[in-house]
Design a protein around this ligand. Structure first.
Ligand SMILES: CC(C)(COP(=O)(O)OP(=O)(O)OC[C@H]1O[C@@H](n2cnc3c(N)ncnc32)[C@H](O)[C@@H]1OP(=O)(O)O)[C@@H](O)C(=O)NCCC(=O)NCCS
Length: 134
């Protein structure tokens, strides 16, 4: 008896903050997407809930953890899920998870990246400022 492979699904009940498809200019000569390109997209995705929590501009102060679990290819449809996991007096720490939907008939979904980043709420002079109370 043959069993069908069990594919990952996108997280149920959650909306991605960002969806994007890497193009050939984002990849090396083998069609594998550069890690730096993924990191910049993760930074953008994480900044969305951070800026919402800070009610204004934020700056990335640290990339606490970053794991490339599976390769990303040109034409993958990437979905970025981001949520605030910690706040301090000026900082917001966000966990970002990235899923790729492969450009194939079976549209396999794989989790490709896990990251945690910290953002600091900043003012017009780029100095840190306290987070607003909720
Ligand atoms: C963001 C910035 C204004 C913060 O300056 P600061 O207020 O003097 O920094 P502090 O050391 O007081 O830290 C501010 C907050 O960040 C947190 N933080 C600082 N370094 C951190 C690290 N490595 N990991 C996690 N959190 C960190 C602190 O714990 C503090 O949080 P809290 O206020 O919630 O307790 C300054 O570091 C900066 O301008 N950095 C460059 C930002 C930037 O340009 N990013 C884009 C990439 S180049």
């Amino acid at each position: 008896m043959t069993t069908k492979p069990q594919f990952t699904t996108l997280p149920a009940g959650r909306e991605p903050v960002l969806r994007v498809m890497p193009m050939p200019a984002d990849a090396n000569i083998h069609g594998d997407v550069f890690g730096g390109w993924i990191m910049s997209q993760v930074d953008i995705a994480g900044s969305i809930p951070a800026a919402r929590r800070a009610a204004g501009r934020v700056a990335t102060v640290a990339v606490n953890a970053f794991q490339f679990k599976k390769p990303v290819f040109v034409g993958d449809l990437l979905s970025f899920y981001a949520e605030v996991v910690k706040t301090g007096s000026t900082s917001v720490t966000v966990e970002v998870e990235v899923y790729a939907q492969r450009q194939r008939l079976d549209a396999e979904i794989v989790k490709v990246t896990d990251a945690t980043l910290t953002y600091v709420a900043t003012d017009e002079a780029r100095r840190s400022r306290p987070l607003p109370t909720l």
